[in-house]
Design a protein around this ligand. Structure first.
Ligand code: HEC
Ligand code: HEC
Length: 283
């Protein structure tokens, strides 16, 4: 299950045009070394498929591994940092892009050659991100087995979430939640659930022509009507012309677990959630 980033789609288009501008700037820069580079904005990476990651890895092995190492774990002698954990100067896709595009001045980290096209740089970004999501390169404080026990036991996460076909439907299926989320993302999802709520999980409170107020997830909405699913998983449809009152709540229905669970328990849950992914093929 991929995490949805509702704010991203328009941004993606922005990146496409920025990429075109940047490519032109890159061509010019080959002759005019002083031309400022166009910095990428943080709107997500268009080049993020498995194929892109493999292409990025190939380029990395040829051009970057002599300093950062084949496993990207860094090299103390040249001062090239480990790229498999959280990065010092580059926390977003765009900032990783910019470090590779522009280098870090005054260090051995030089910019990539000006004729390297932006898609190649984005593929490097995708590869570097894939390392952070790689369970083999991440050491976590928590214990995944204890996390599993909590998830289905005292914390009752399974009352809302399904994993591998078992559990509730009042929250997203988490069977593959570890694939596209860093441990930090997962911790935030539990401690600050209102931060980013996809429209699918907004709540609508609707009073229809019968005068009864009903509340549920927004299953569908268009110019004619809305459909909601209540906590007992009943579906209700309303024609807009018949709606007496209507309220949209964009907060999450998931409670925050900050303070409700101990730090150790939250760490155990992060370890469990991070382990939830499709079987990784041995390379
Ligand atoms: C000649 C050695 C060298 C090569 C080649 C090199 N790097 Fe670096 N890289 C460094 C050093 C040194 C730093 C640390 C700079 C600093 O002090 O901030 C760095 C930093 C970085 C960072 C920022 C890490 C952080 O924690 O913020 C990224 C990302 C990165 N390099 C990616 C790459 C990629 C991708 C390539 C290949 C296109 C590459 N590097 C090639 C030496 C190198
Ligand atoms: C009352 C139902 C409910 C309970 C109980 C609940 N969640 Fe959630 N959870 C949701 C809903 C709804 C969302 C989607 C909205 C959002 O992002 O907050 C969600 C989102 C999430 C996400 C982010 C999913 C994504 O696709 O990004 C994670 C991770 C998560 N929950 C983990 C947990 C864990 C772990 C527990 C138990 C400690 C738990 N949840 C308990 C309803 C619940």
């Amino acid at each position: 299950m991929r995490r949805t980033h509702p704010l991203r789609s328009p941004g993606r288009r922005l990146i496409r045009s920025l990429t075109a501008v940047a490519a032109t700037a890159g061509l010019l820069a080959a002759g005019l070394a002083t031309l400022p580079q166009v910095a990428a904005e943080d709107a997500g990476n268009l080049y993020n498929t498995d194929v892109d990651i493999r292409m990025g890895q190939r380029y990395f092995e040829r051009q970057c591994s002599r300093c950062h190492g084949f496993d990207a774990k860094g090299n103390d002698e040249v001062g090239a940092p480990d790229l498999t954990g959280s990065l010092r100067n580059a926390s977003t896709d765009a900032s990783i892009f910019n470090v590779i595009r522009e280098g870090v001045s005054g260090t051995a980290m030089l910019p990539v050659a000006a004729d390297v096209p932006d898609p190649t740089v984005w593929q490097l970004v995708a590869f570097i991100n894939s390392l952070r999501y790689d369970p083999n390169s991440v050491t976590l404080e928590g214990d995944a087995d204890s996390g599993l026990a909590l998830f289905n036991g005292r914390a009752e996460c399974n009352s809302c979430h399904m994993v591998d076909g078992r559990g509730g439907r009042l929250g997203p299926d988490l069977s593959r939640i570890g694939e596209d989320n860093t441990p930090e993302d997962l911790m935030l999802a539990m401690t600050n659930p209102h931060e980013q709520v996809a429209p699918r999980w907004w709540t609508l409170r609707v009073t229809g022509s019968d005068g009864i107020e009903r509340e549920g997830f927004r299953m569908g909405e268009d110019s004619f009507g809305v459909r909601i699913m209540d906590v007992d998983e009943n579906l209700w449809s309303f024609r807009k012309s018949e709606i007496e009152s209507y309220e949209r709540i964009e907060d999450s229905t998931m409670p925050s677990y900050e303070g409700r669970l101990s730090d150790d328990e939250l760490d155990d849950l992060v370890a469990y959630l991070f382990s939830l992914r499709r079987e990784v093929q041995p390379q």
